[in-house]
Design a protein around this ligand. Structure first.
Ligand code: GLP
Length: 233
């Protein structure tokens, strides 16, 4: 894993935007995108850039199960607000969290990923090492699935909801195998609350107890960190 450490998140974001540009220059057309507070500075800089995604496809990692796409806290809305409304793609895919045909939706999403192999995948990381919504114990060979969120993830995400009891307890998430199939992966982590997860990802064993450790098997991964997230390396 290539590790880059920055003093300022804005510089980490600029570096990530350069990776997007380089990928596009090399013909990348499919981008795997993430939600959470961490990638927001990247999306802000992508919006401000002259990068053109109008011939590209985006595939998001996950969506809360049980939220309509127009729910203010849905990942559909997050992506529309932070990126898609300002910098549209030819086509943007997210799981349908309000599906009434769950098996059909999981299969549909896997087919989308298969039909559009991801050139560059952006990831954040949870405090427990989760990527997407693949919590500790997730199968390493997993594809799109319904996942039960851990209490710590529900608590961490409660900050985005006006009523914390409204945080969904389940999500539809791309699996670890799907994430690993991306040609290039960039994981961003900011803040000392991510330091333990980053240290375990980099220095610990490859184990599904730390889902991000699956990235050890991949040959094109860059970790983009601030000093806080790197503080236990
Ligand atoms: C959620 C998302 C993850 C994200 C994580 C961390 O669980 N499903 O993709 O990496 O939150 O979010 P944040 O960047 O806000 O710390």
């Amino acid at each position: 894993m290539d590790i880059k450490i920055f003093d300022k998140q804005v510089d980490a974001a600029s570096y990530t935007v350069k990776i997007f540009q380089a990928a596009i220059d090399q013909g990348a057309e499919v981008f795997g995108l993430a939600t959470g507070s961490t990638p927001i500075p990247v999306y802000d800089q992508l919006v401000a850039s002259d990068i053109d995604f109008s011939e590209c496809v985006s595939i998001n990692l996950d969506e809360y199960y049980g939220l309509n796409s127009d729910h203010p806290q849905s990942y559909h809305q997050f992506m529309a607000d932070h990126l898609f409304n300002k910098k549209p793609f030819k086509k943007s895919y997210l799981p349908d969290g309000a599906t009434d045909d769950l098996p059909g939706e999981l299969a549909r999403y896997d087919q989308i990923i298969q039909a559009h192999p991801i050139d560059l995948q952006i990831l954040g990381i949870g405090e427990n090492g989760h990527i997407g919504f693949n919590e500790p114990g997730a199968p390493m060979d997993g594809h799109t699935q319904l996942v039960q969120l851990t209490d710590s993830t529900i608590q961490a995400n409660a900050r985005f909801f006006t009523d914390p009891s409204q945080v969904p307890t389940q999500a539809i998430s791309m699996g670890l195998a799907s994430i690993s199939s991306a040609k290039q992966i960039v994981l961003l982590a900011f803040g000392a609350n991510k330091a333990d997860a980053i240290a375990k990802t980099v220095n610990g064993p490859l184990s599904n107890q730390v889902p991000a450790s699956i990235l050890k098997k991949h040959d094109n991964v860059t970790l983009i960190l601030d000093q806080g997230a790197a503080s236990q390396l």
